[in-house]
Write a protein of this length. Structure first.
Length: 618
């Protein structure tokens, strides 16, 4: 508000699209109309409105004149889409310093909006984009960027952080541009997977976007089916005509009745009503179930409508519609030996997770779950854990905040139980030392050098392995130990507790995937690694028995070498070193026998018995 944007339009695939650039800001009121006066100045009329059209501390009305101060400002002139990226044309040549760091001179992000029948729609699917190549024209006025991950139907935000100057030393006037990428030259759309999010289907009769009940698929669900005529129409594609399983994921709580009950909605296929579809109660609005029935479809495009008709009960939430035998597009993620998946990417595996507090989580089509709002705690309800390894992957799209909680009691609906009675392993790109990635939040910061070496940048997946054993928590970031913490707080009991993941607040986006655990209490302690050789040999006509023990472990060990002909103790044999002793038998021959080596370190001990052959020196 209180500013003007400058627009650039181009025709792509026969339709106009383009970019806006920030032109001026700080006007005394939100702009309504702009005209160019006979003197070349811009005259800006104010809105005359408050509320969303105004700004705190500013006027409701105004008329301002914007006069040209100079004609040599350095700015972006045009932003044009090309196959695989963009061309940015500048009013003046860029400097040598900009050219030297060209690929690193830009930051890009994309997102999309979900249309609704109400005013506006939510911003979803925000993700960073990465410049893979950058070139500059011979006259240095045009930069061409190759950008990985562009998708049509998104808004692309481009920013050029200062310093970014012309060859005359003028700083870039506007460092930002927003391009509405309706069409992307050369883009090949992925194949239709038979998966149709209800929030993206055509809304009917007041059906709205909901996201207040967690564990949905996509960006939310279709809510508001409270009046006759409300519903959704799905555009479905199949390769050939035939009968197909139609899977619907939905929730059916108590409203508007006083007791739980099944409810009907009407099902239409290509405009023909095929009957009511009875949806059993799911017991709660936060519980999702999938129901299946067969429908006849034509080859190619089909319209499937679910609508609250006269005589139906309606009042259900629709999450996702799918076609085919498998009601999910995600298969269980593979896990390492000894681990079990507790969120394996499937919607079914979310059934054991419950949200405490505000906000929600949504399962995405890449089989991850993503935060929305907060603050809340999505916790695994099926089991309290004792000594365990908890592994998961996580990803940020910008400098946001998330975390993994361990060792807390049943929180009910209060996420602060986990904060006050458990421990949070922090996810945050930048904050105080005990509040950033790898830290035990507010208790102990991570090894900063280790985190810097191990951490992958924003936009890429990172992996945590959190090991809880007794009062000790060890945190491995991408297989690197970054924190080793011992709890001394009597209010926090790690001997048994639940685990969970955090959604921190509005506008903060963290993704999690492939959450799995391994019971370490049932895992036997590895034995000390010691290798032993026994060699009889003749010395001065007598048999000599040489026993050699090599410390193959990572800690010093105390070694006792025992034979029928004597015993030798050696203390503190270092890793990689050996303990060796030759025992005289005082005889020209010996029978076959066994030498025993006992190695110990702390409370661990291993006994190795090694046979030797009969030997004669006569």
């Amino acid at each position: 508000y209180g500013g003007l944007q400058r627009a650039f339009l181009e025709k792509v695939d026969g339709e106009f699209q383009g970019a806006v650039f920030r032109h001026t800001a700080g006007l005394e009121v939100g702009a309504n109309r702009v005209i160019t006066g006979p003197d070349g100045a811009l005259y800006v009329g104010g809105t005359g409105e408050g509320g969303n059209w105004g700004e705190s501390g500013k006027l409701r009305f105004g008329l301002q004149k914007l006069a040209t101060v100079n004609e040599d400002s350095f700015d972006m002139k045009e932003m044009r889409v090309v196959e695989g990226g963009f061309e940015i044309e500048y009013t003046d040549p860029v400097s040598d310093a900009v050219v030297a760091k060209l690929a690193d001179a830009y930051r890009l992000t994309q997102w999309r909006y979900v249309p609704t029948q109400q005013y506006g729609g939510p911003k979803v699917d925000e993700q960073p984009l990465f410049v893979t190549d950058a070139t500059v024209s011979e006259d240095r006025t045009t930069v061409t960027l190759a950008v990985d991950g562009l998708k049509p139907g998104h808004v692309v935000h481009l920013r050029s952080p200062r310093p970014f100057a012309s060859d005359e030393g003028a700083e870039l006037l506007s460092t930002e541009a927003w391009y509405t990428l309706n069409s992307l030259p050369g883009y090949v759309a992925p194949a239709d997977r038979g998966w149709y999010e209800a929030e993206e289907a055509q809304p009917l009769g007041g059906s709205s976007l909901g996201s207040d009940h967690s564990n949905y698929s996509g960006a939310g669900f279709a809510a508001g089916m409270q009046n006759v005529g409300s519903g959704r129409t799905f555009a479905v594609t199949v390769p050939e005509a035939g009968t197909y399983p139609l899977n619907l994921r939905y929730a059916n709580g108590i409203h508007p009745y006083t007791e739980l009950r099944a409810k009907n909605v009407s099902l239409y296929v290509n405009g023909q009503k095929v009957g009511p579809w009875t949806l059993p109660t799911t017991g709660d609005w936060k519980v999702w179930e999938t129901i299946t029935r067969d429908v006849d479809l034509v080859a190619g495009h089909n319209a499937i409508t679910l609508r609250y008709d006269q005589g139906d009960q309606g009042n259900v939430n629709l999450d996702v519609l799918s076609i085919g035998q498998d009601p999910d597009i995600c298969s269980p993620a593979e896990v390492e030996e000894g681990y079990r998946g507790i969120f394996d990417g499937t919607l079914a595996s979310l059934a054991d997770w419950k949200l405490a507090g505000a906000g929600t989580f949504g399962r995405q089509d890449d089989c991850s779950i993503r935060t929305n709002g907060g603050m809340g705690l999505l916790w695994y309800t099926a089991q309290e854990l004792e000594e365990y390894s908890l592994k998961l992957d996580w990803k940020l799209v910008k400098d946001d905040n998330g975390g993994v909680f361990v060792g807390f009691p049943n929180p009910g609906n209060d996420p602060w139980v986990a904060v006050n009675q458990g421990y949070e392993i922090q996810i945050d790109a930048s904050d105080a030392a005990d509040r950033t990635t790898g830290a035990i939040y507010t208790f102990q910061g991570a090894d900063a050098a280790a985190v810097t070496a191990a951490l992958k940048p924003v936009g890429q997946w990172n992996a945590y392995d959190i090991r809880v054993e007794g009062d000790r928590i060890r945190i491995y970031l991408n297989d690197v130990l970054v924190n080793d913490f011992t709890s001394t707080d009597p209010a926090r009991d790690l001997s048994s507790g639940f685990i969970g993941i955090q959604n921190h607040g509005n506008g903060e986006t963290v993704s999690y995937r492939n959450i799995r655990v391994k019971d370490l209490a049932a895992e036997p302690e590895p034995e000390l690694a010691v290798s032993v050789t026994v060699q009889p040999k003749c010395v001065a006509g007598k048999v000599m028995l040489t026993v050699r023990a090599v410390n193959d472990d990572t800690v010093p060990v105390d070694v006792v070498l025992s034979t029928p002909f004597g015993k030798k103790t050696m203390v503190g044999v270092l890793p990689g070193k050996s303990a060796q002793q030759s025992f005289s038998t005082r005889s020209t021959s010996v029978e076959a026998g066994t030498a025993t080596v006992t190695a110990g370190a702390g409370d661990k001990e291993v006994v190795v018995e090694t046979a030797y052959d009969a030997s004669s020196c006569g």
